[in-house]
Design a protein around this ligand. Structure first.
Ligand code: HEC
Length: 451
């Protein structure tokens, strides 16, 4: 085994073990093993790793989206002066792979917008810090990046806002608010994308957009504060925003159907803030135009019959479903609460072969995200899917508010949920619908009247 393989093995073990002490001990080993390799690959005389030449480009690409002034992270790494004081912590977090945050296992490149560092990038950062966090020559500094809060793609066809900007009170705890927008879809509408655009990045931690059926009652204010799981009331989550997550634009011919009479709602997780804040998060909708042939489908791996005993470090539940059509898997979504430990979606093909669809070895409630495949995965009809959620109700789980409780399904973050979703297309579906601004048009070229 060469030193590189050995070092990879250690990183893998670090990820598996989770125990801080072991992580720290191995961290030193990883760096020790790294050094000879990296030094020898550098030209003589140029092996001094500096911020401006070597580290700043990595931070620009992989950290600055969050670590900048106005970003979601509490500290900026955009300049040497800002980053340097965090050196020790940066080394720890990148070597342990806690930063950048990403929770699915599997090779780099399997998912879109995967922020993980390469082994070389980790080595460069570690070596910079080992060498005394040198600044280097200012002329090596990469050009600054400008960060704008604007719509992706183009101006959306429909943009909705909450009734009035939400006033978030200063406080030490996370807050959850479910907003429902006034807009009612007047017709059945096919959409290509629903984009959530956070207003105030200082406090919007993540936001999930839902299609809300008329039966969900909302107060006049337009929002419900506190622990409230909209999906438990019949809404369907259709999009999400979390830092670093780019919105989904469905491929040509694929769309999602929003029934007539539906509204849109958004559940926002606000991070604690030392000062009062205002947020006005918006949702933009992009209508399908031209031909729609496939309705994006969802395979649900949810269970509500959770019963987690007190102090159980690894309670596990499986939900099994089968694809009733040849399918193309586009993305996954996973949702649990504070006791969520890990999640696995496993495929068993009709010929008996098994494959991991997605594995989240260290689930973290703070980092909700959707995992979009770079290469959509085609699976045959009859493929069996096991959705396996594992929970840690012991005191080893640092997020666990009370290991002595037995835990059931519920809407509060201190209750539990088990949601796994596969978003897919049916290979054989051919709807052959002509749509204009998302609404089906007939031969006569007039919109279908449904009211
Ligand atoms: C998607 C957003 C995001 C990205 C990308 C990201 N971070 Fe972070 N980082 C955060 C947030 C939010 C926190 C604070 C809360 C936490 O620790 O989870 C944080 C915390 C940290 C801390 C802990 C600071 C302390 O309190 O000691 C370090 C170090 C860090 N990040 C380094 C990095 C580095 C280095 C990169 C890039 C290689 C990076 N992060 C990329 C969001 C991000």
């Amino acid at each position: 085994m060469n030193s590189r393989q050995y070092q990879l093995l250690i990183i893998e073990r670090v990820i598996k073990m989770k125990k801080l002490l072991i992580v720290l001990a191995l961290t030193t080993a990883v760096i020790a093993i790294y050094l000879p390799d990296t030094v020898s690959s550098n030209a003589p005389g140029s092996n001094q790793v500096t911020f401006t030449k070597d580290v700043a480009p990595i931070f620009r690409n992989k950290c600055e989206e969050c670590h900048r002034s106005g970003g979601v992270a509490p500290m900026s790494f955009a300049t040497y002066e800002e980053a340097r004081p965090w050196s020790k912590s940066i080394r720890e977090k990148v070597v342990s792979r806690e930063m950048p945050p990403f929770h699915a296992a599997g090779p780099l490149g399997q998912y879109q917008h995967d922020p993980r560092l390469t082994d070389d990038e980790v080595a460069t950062i570690a070596k910079w810090i080992e060498g005394g966090s040198q600044k280097g020559n200012l002329k090596d500094m990469p050009a600054p990046k400008t960060w704008k809060n604007e719509w992706p793609f183009r101006q959306p066809d429909l943009a909705v806002k909450v009734k009035s900007p939400y006033k978030l009170k200063a406080g030490k705890t996370d807050q959850y608010v479910f907003f429902v927008f006034d807009y009612v879809f007047p017709e059945e509408t096919w959409v290509k994308s629903i984009v959530t655009r956070p207003g105030n990045l200082k406090v919007v931690h993540h936001a999930n957009t839902h299609v809300v059926p008329p039966m969900v009652k909302v107060p006049d204010s337009g929002y419900i504060e506190g622990d409230f799981e909209p999906s438990a009331r019949g809404t369907v989550m259709v999009a999400g925003w979390a830092p670093g997550v780019s919105p989904v634009l469905l491929t040509e011919g694929v769309a999602v159907k929003i029934p007539k009479g539906m509204k849109l709602g958004i559940q926002i997780h606000y991070a604690p803030s030392e000062t009062d804040q205002i947020d006005e998060t918006q949702v933009g909708v992009y209508f399908a135009e031209g031909m729609v042939n496939k309705n994006l489908r969802v395979l649900f791996g949810d269970r509500k019959d959770l019963s987690i005993p007190p102090n159980d470090p690894a309670y596990s539940l499986t939900s099994t479903k089968t694809f009733d059509t040849d399918a193309i898997i586009d993305f996954y979504h996973i949702h649990m609460h504070l006791r969520g430990k890990s999640y696995l979606i496993r495929l068993t093909y009709p010929d008996g072969r098994q494959e991991t669809a997605i594995e989240v070895p260290r689930y973290d409630f703070n980092w909700q995200r959707t995992y979009l495949l770079t290469q959509p995965l085609r699976v045959p009809k009859g493929t069996k899917v096991d959705f396996i959620g594992t929970y840690d109700n012991s005191s080893k789980n640092k997020f666990n508010p009370d290991p002595s409780q037995s835990i059931k399904w519920g809407e509060k973050t201190t209750d539990e949920m088990m949601q796994g979703r596969i978003f897919y297309e049916s290979v054989d579906e051919k709807l052959n619908l002509k749509v204009k601004k998302g609404v089906v048009v007939r031969e006569t070229d007039t919109a279908v009247k449904t009211n």
